[in-house]
Write a protein that binds this ligand. Sequence first.
Ligand code: HEC
Length: 324
Amino acid sequence: MPLRMALRRDAVAMFATAVLAASCDQGEPTNTREEGPPLRLIGASVGVGRPLPANGDVELVFDRLILPVTATRQSVAIVDGEGGQGLPAVGYDPLRRRITLANPEHDGKAWLTPGQPYRVVLGIADGEAILGGLRAIDGEKIRKDSPRQVGFIAAPSTPREAPLAADYCRDVAPVLAAKCVSCHGGERTEAGLDLSNAEGIRATAIDHIAHASIRSGSVTLPSNPDRHFGSDMAIIDRESPGTSYLVYKVLVDPVSDAPSTSTCGVLAARPSWSLPEDERLRLRDRISAHGVATPLLSRDETSVIADWIAAGASLATCENCAPK
Ligand code: HEC
């Protein structure tokens, strides 16, 4: 898609106002619960001396879990040298606490113009408003001394490797069979959730609001932003994978570093991830853990499940991989 078409100048004025207004904000905590520290940007795939191929993805890594409902274009903008704002696809990976800005067409082609300067600008949440700025899961905003802008130059496109996708039959079904199906499948379907096969997942998880998720019951945003964390979350949300309840349910349980014990298939090597223990406990204030004595999943198994959901949770009828 040509860059010019991806730009919408009218949006820039709006965004600039939000940033300006936010700079006068005193950054008071928005609720009274014991809170974590403010949110901080700790890494970016772009920057000075780090150009981005015109068909590449901008990756931003944060120190805390982000309130998924705030990981949107209203919170993270990309602006070109003339002040035009792009409309990228915004993705959020809770395991790695990473926001990705990518070509909205998802076709691997250029969406930036080589040689042009760009800036990624983080919106600062204003008061209790949900839209217009990033927040951590407890409602905390971006800290004052966190970088809020990252400038970079677009470089010529480079060939993109197809991302390593977790395959349902090879990677995911064996883990679910070994670790989840004793309670979520067959005779016993705790919380009505059947993870034993593609049919069960389609019928009880994909686009099914989790029982444990708060129901908003109205389109009005609750005044307390952290309540919004779990509103009407689907167990698996294919449109917005970073909002899938199941991902948080496995993230909130302790994980082991033991090698995977799943029974068939080969787990693709995954980049490792870790969640600081204090942040996991803050997540547990919002989503109940399974409360099992020993970790259900290993770190690798957790990322297989989360990465499969991030890639669209494709399903298939598996013939050669019978659940144990
Ligand atoms: C020992 C039994 C047991 C095992 C094993 C188990 N679960 Fe659960 N699960 C439960 C129970 C009981 C609930 C309902 C209470 C709760 O939300 O914690 C539940 C709830 C859930 C929910 C929320 C459903 C809803 O609608 O709110 C999800 C998602 C879930 N489990 C995923 C998994 C996954 C993924 C695995 C495998 C890694 C797994 N569970 C393994 C017992 C189990």
